[in-house]
Design a protein around this ligand. Structure first.
Ligand SMILES: Cc1ncc(COP(=O)(O)O)c(C=O)c1O
Length: 363
């Protein structure tokens, strides 16, 4: 008789894994500062809590696709309700897009580094991930390298804007070069809201029907645990995503929370202001102790500490030991060890991080 593992689709064992075990560690150590996840440290407002409480009273009913909410979201981009499909956080877009466009053997082009969930979700459909390293000088997308990687098997291109973990925005002209290929292009705007002065790229959808946007409320809105996101695209694109998403995928509570925060933009603005104030301080402090922080446009900062002679593993261990801070492990970039990523927490947690920088690197 075949063993159980021999029944599995082959890519279940061969696909890269996204390791979420740090979450179990973090929840088990509530006295440690969670500066390693790109979370928002500020809990939901009372308005959001009340909206969720009201919705849960109707929790015996299946949710609809909430046209009113889709219309409010669409209007923010000069799009209609049928240009929006709701989901449980944008991880669902990441998963669905692979299944909408890729068959076993097909390829997706993305940068290296990238957000770690993309490669496993592509490989779990039997897809092949083609990663093109970011430029060494400024960690910008290597647009020529990515365009040169296109072949007849390429079914998707991914541009996270600003990129995670590097924090850089792509130039408009470069983004348009990807649009012009006619190959489905995912523009992930998970962190765009931290930069209200920069327009969303949603307008590209009108000119380029192969383009879709992925948006999450996990970051500036602080809904990582509530789970809410959406995809924007042409009506044809949205129908394809809705076919791939499960029906009633988003709970009444998540949708109610989303509507409450959309109706109260001051809550988002306050969260963004807190983040951006601390990002500036982190940047200056890292530079002050001789490290190289990258100008970041999200809620995370990539810091090159390789010049200190310390490895990433040593830095992460020291942060836990000295200040009970979790930082994010970043693999070698261009062969260099010593990169890590940090996300602002609450004031007191951020003070701990500044103290760590000073005491560990500054002496
Ligand atoms: C670029 C990017 N896209 C998507 C996500 C997933 O977000 P969500 O919580 O909405 O699934 C993340 C989370 O860190 C991210 O960095």
């Amino acid at each position: 008789m075949k063993e159980l593992k021999d029944w599995f689709v082959p890519w279940l064992t061969t696909a890269r894994k996204y390791d979420p075990s740090i979450l179990d560690v973090a929840w088990a150590h509530p006295d440690h500062a969670r500066l390693m996840l790109n979370e928002n440290p500020i809990p939901p407002s009372e308005k959001v809590v009340q909206a969720v409480a009201d919705a849960v009273r109707m929790g015996n009913r299946y949710p609809d696709s909430m046209k009113r909410l889709r219309a409010k979201i669409g209007a923010q981009y000069d799009l209609g309700p049928d240009n929006v499909a709701l989901c449980n956080g944008s991880s669902e877009v990441i998963d669905a897009m692979m299944r909408v466009f890729m068959q076993p053997g097909d390829e997706i082009i993305m940068s290296d580094p990238t957000f770690g969930l993309f490669p496993p979700r592509a490989e779990l459909c039997g897809g092949k991930v083609v990663q093109v390293p970011v430029r060494e000088s400024d960690l910008q997308y290597d647009v020529d390298g990515m365009l040169n990687a296109i072949n007849e098997k390429t079914k998707l291109i991914l541009v996270i804007n600003p990129n995670n973990p590097t924090g850089v925005f792509i130039d408009d002209a470069d983004l348009e070069r990807f649009c012009k290929t006619g190959i489905p292009l995912c523009i992930d705007e998970a962190y765009k809201d931290y930069n209200p002065e920069i327009p969303s790229k949603a307008s590209l959808i009108k000119e380029y029907p192969h383009v879709f946007l992925s948006v999450t409320f996990s970051k500036a809105h602080g809904f990582a645990g509530i789970r809410f996101g959406y995809v924007l695209g042409t009506e044809e694109m949205i129908k394809a995503f809705n076919t791939m998403f499960l029906p009633w995928n988003v709970s009444l509570m998540s949708m109610a929370a989303a509507e409450a925060i959309i109706d109260n933009p001051a809550e988002i603005q306050a969260k963004v202001a807190h983040n951006n104030r601390w990002m500036k301080k982190f940047y200056e402090a890292a530079q002050g102790v001789g490290l190289k922080p990258y100008p970041a446009h999200g809620n995370y900062m990539l810091i090159d500490a390789s010049m200190s002679g310390r490895t990433t593993a040593e830095i992460l261990a020291a942060a836990i030991e000295m200040e009970k801070i979790y930082l994010k492990k970043i693999g070698k970039i261009h062969g260099k060890d010593g990169f890590f990523r940090v996300t602002p927490g609450l004031d007191e947690e951020n003070e701990k991080f500044l103290r760590f920088l000073h005491n560990y690197f500054g002496k």
